[in-house]
Design a protein around this ligand. Sequence first.
Ligand code: CTP
Ligand code: CA
Length: 239
Amino acid sequence: LSSGTRMGPLTGRKVLISAGGTREPLDPVRFLGNSSSGKQGVALAAAARRAGAEVTLLAAHMDVAPPAGVKVIPTPTAADLQAAVTKQAPSHDVLIMAAAVADYRPESVAEAKMKKGPGENSLTLTLVENPDILAEAVAKRNAKRRPSQRKKPRPRLIAGFAAETGDKEHSVLEYGQAKLEKKQCDLLFVNDVSGGAGFGRDDNAVTILALDQDTPVAEVAGSKDDVAETMIRTIADRL
Ligand code: CTP
Ligand code: CA
């Protein structure tokens, strides 16, 4: 054990966590971004560390500093994050995708700073879809699975997040369940963001869904640290 490693439910485990919001460049000084603060991902990294894990944080844009004792790899764009997950995931026991990945990126990045055209009072951007990093990580892990082996290949547990709002047709949990089935990750942390909860705040309310279970595993509300603690405990219990 390296110095500073504590004994806990995740001692000897390697945990990979993405956090923050990706920024998709338009030109050398401009980007399309989102308001993810990185707080929940950073709280998860700290909780995993407290539980004894060796933690790697894939950091997109974050408003908060990463916790001490954690290896940080900067991943500003979705493409950077995809490359880092592809490289790092097979050597980690757990992958948690807490980053807010931009669904689309500008089709092309201007080499020089874009100029306003004379008389142009509107601008149309063409965006292209980013790869689904979470779904891709699950598919790669599952492709390595051999029925003869009881032990799952790494990452043995893959967790995602879903920030949802309910509407007339479906509840937040119904949307969460649909997302879990689409992504096929082992755990999904579902966040009701109807009232603006979650983003940028210090508290959070999350329902934990599991692919192998019809009813929610846990419901937890409180500070992002409290929520992270429960998430990490749930993960440790299932490894
Ligand atoms: N995610 C990802 N790659 C993407 C988009 C999302 O890995 N290109 C991950 C997020 O990190 C999160 C989970 O997928 O863990 C769910 O993200 P979300 O934005 O809720 O899902 P989407 O599939 O993008 O669906 P939506 O249309 O609701 O945005
Ligand atoms: Ca999305």
